[in-house]
Structure formats: structure tokens, C-alpha cells
Design a binder for this molecule. Structure first.
Ligand code: GDP
Length: 297
């Protein structure tokens, strides 16, 4: 079976939380992700995150790390969930303080709740004169979502994704929430995880961003993801830097697969290249047979 990585409790070590940003259109998801990407430069590194690889990791001043799925909106979240992938530990739901709880805000809340993922609200655009964050919190309370200021347990923070006000504090609240989850993984085994995005690059061939969830992925490993397989020729982080290894909660783009798997496909490492290839081929055949059957009906 592919689902063969079961870890003993004593092998588990703390890992960084994986965060998704959701919310209504124009409420500031992209701006928030941009702000976090720009402001949080790993200590000692010059230059910010240069590449869009579908996910990025940041380190706060205190040394704590967080991984972000760099695809705003709940489409990616639901597409991944539809493929059986559970890659989000915490959802930041952005609500514009000059607007209201909108249909996509409600959808995002339902998606997070259905997935059992804790929510941290980012009440955004507080730099605007028309912003009224308390009204948003009141509206949330009316929906039985009591934030801390209103005597509840749900974390929220007032921010401006534009000026950066409150973003650090928001991330600290995300980390607090993450601590409660006691997130752990075993870094000392062959890697597994999920495909975040994949595309064909003119110069480099197929590039797949993977999020390592367990184990450590290494250059030279044979991997299988969906209907594709291959040897990891090279890996790059979100700064375009070559890396040899990627541990749990690390997003990394991988070169060497023989095609582009779909977002949400799981990946596994195989000892034997032929085994990986033969499973990939079988999956492709199955897929073909299924589509022939669907066409007949
Ligand atoms: P998304 O659709 O949720 O990804 O929203 P965007 O990040 O694209 O933001 C929508 C619009 O709101 C853009 O014009 C942003 O510049 C603006 N915006 C986002 N955050 C803020 C903020 O904190 N303050 C102000 N004044 N404008 C913001």
C-alpha cells in the first residue's frame, strides 16, 4: 500500500503549522500573503521571497516557523480536500473591516469548520477611515463565533495588510493556536506529503511544488505523485536557493518528475524507481479506463 508511513509516537518531533488564507474577494487575502512574504525574511538571509512556488515558509523574530499556502481563496483548499489531502492546520480568514461578513466569508468559515481546522480572524483594512472592526466582531458573535474580545475562544486580530499594522501580532496568535494543536511529524524517514502546484517550465521541465508533511525529502529520491514519477534532480526553496533536503512542513519545488501531478495529489518516496514508475503507469491506465467508461454511459 502507498499509505505505509505510520510513525511511532516516540519518533515524532514538533513541526511548523501550515496555514491557509481564505476570505471574501477583495477583503485582502493577496495583500496579507504579500505582506507576510515581504516582511518575514529568514534571519541571516538577504532578500525576500523571490519565487512564486505556491507555498512559502517564514520565520518570526523568535525563531518560530510557519508555512503558508500561497494560493489565496478557498478554491485551492477545497480542491485539495476533494482529493483527500489535508494540508492546512490553521485557516486565517480575512474580513474587511469596512465591509461585512460576505458570502465567501461564510463559505470559508464552513470549509474550515468542516475540515476541523481552527480559524484565526484577520480583521483587515483598519487603516481605512470607514473601518469598523467592532461591528465585524459583533456580526461574528451573532453567528455564534465569539472572538476573544467578545469573551470567546476564537483568536482574531485587527490588521492592515496594506501598512502592515498588526500582522506580526496576528501571526503570533496563529502560533498560539498552533501550539494547542501540538503539531508533530517524524523527520527521520522517507518523505511523504502533498503536491501544491505543478507546471511545465520551458527551461527546467516539470516543476512541482510539494509540501513535505512527514519524513525528509532528499535530492536523489524516487518519488511517485498521482500519475507521475521520477527522480528528484534538484530542489529549490521559495528564495530560488538549491536545497538538498526538505523536512516536515517545508514547501519546496522539485525538478525531475515526468509530468505535472494535480494540486492535492499525495506524493511518496520509493526505494525502487521501477516500482514508482509501474504504479504511475497503472494509475494512468485506470484513469483511461474510467474515462472510457464515463464516455460510454
Ligand atoms: P483579495 O481579493 O482578498 O486577495 O484582496 P486583495 O489583497 O487583492 O485586496 C483587494 C483590494 O483591497 C486591493 O486594492 C488592496 O490594495 C486593498 N487592500 C487590501 N488590504 C488593505 C488594507 O489593509 N488597507 C487598505 N486601505 N486597502 C487594502
Amino acid at each position: 500500500s502507498i499509505e505505509r508511513n505510520v510513525d511511532a509516537p516516540e519518533d515524532l518531533l514538533p513541526r511548523a503549522p501550515i496555514v491557509t488564507v481564505m476570505g471574501h474577494v477583495d477583503h485582502g487575502k493577496t495583500s496579507l500573503l504579500d505582506n507576510i512574504r515581504k516582511e518575514n525574511v529568514i534571519a541571516g538571509e538577504s532578500g525576500g521571497i523571490t519565487q512564486h512556488i505556491g507555498a512559502y515558509a517564514v520565520e518570526l523574530d523568535g525563531g518560530q516557523k510557519l508555512a503558508f499556502l500561497d494560493t489565496p481563496g478557498h478554491e485551492a483548499f477545497t480542491a485539495m480536500r476533494a482529493r483527500g489531502a489535508q494540508v492546512t492546520d490553521i485557516a486565517i480568514i480575512v474580513v474587511a473591516a469596512d465591509d461585512d461578513i460576505m458570502p465567501q466569508t461564510k463559505e470559508a468559515i464552513s470549509h474550515a469548520q468542516a475540515a476541523g481546522v481552527p480559524i484565526v480572524f484577520a480583521i483587515n483594512k483598519i487603516d481605512k477611515p470607514t473601518a469598523n472592526p467592532e461591528r465585524i466582531k459583533e456580526r461574528l458573535a451573532q453567528m455564534n463565533l465569539l472572538v476573544e474580545d467578545w469573551g470567546g475562544k476564537i483568536q482574531s486580530h485587527d490588521i492592515s495588510a496594506k501598512t502592515g499594522v498588526g500582522v506580526k501580532e496576528l501571526l503570533e496568535k496563529v502560533l498560539l493556536e498552533a501550539e494547542l494543536l501540538e503539531l508533530k511529524a517524524n523527520p527521520n524517514r522517507q518523505a511523504d506529503g502533498t503536491i501544491v502546484e505543478a507546471f511545465l517550465d520551458k527551461g527546467r521541465g516539470y516543476v512541482s511544488t510539494v509540501l513535505v508533511q512527514g519524513g525528509t525529502l532528499k535530492v536523489g529520491d524516487y518519488i511517485l505523485a498521482g500519475q507521475h514519477s521520477g527522480k528528484v534532480k534538484a530542489m529549490q526553496d521559495e528564495r530560488g536557493k538549491n536545497v538538498q533536503e526538505a523536512g516536515p512542513s517545508t514547501p519546496v519545488s522539485v525538478l525531475g518528475l515526468d509530468g505535472a501531478p494535480q494540486a492535492g495529489d499525495k506524493f511518496n518516496v520509493f526505494e525502487d524507481e521501477r516500482e514508482a514508475k509501474s504504479i504511475a503507469t497503472k494509475r494512468t491506465q485506470l484513469q483511461r479506463e474510467q474515462s472510457v467508461r464515463t464516455q460510454r454511459h
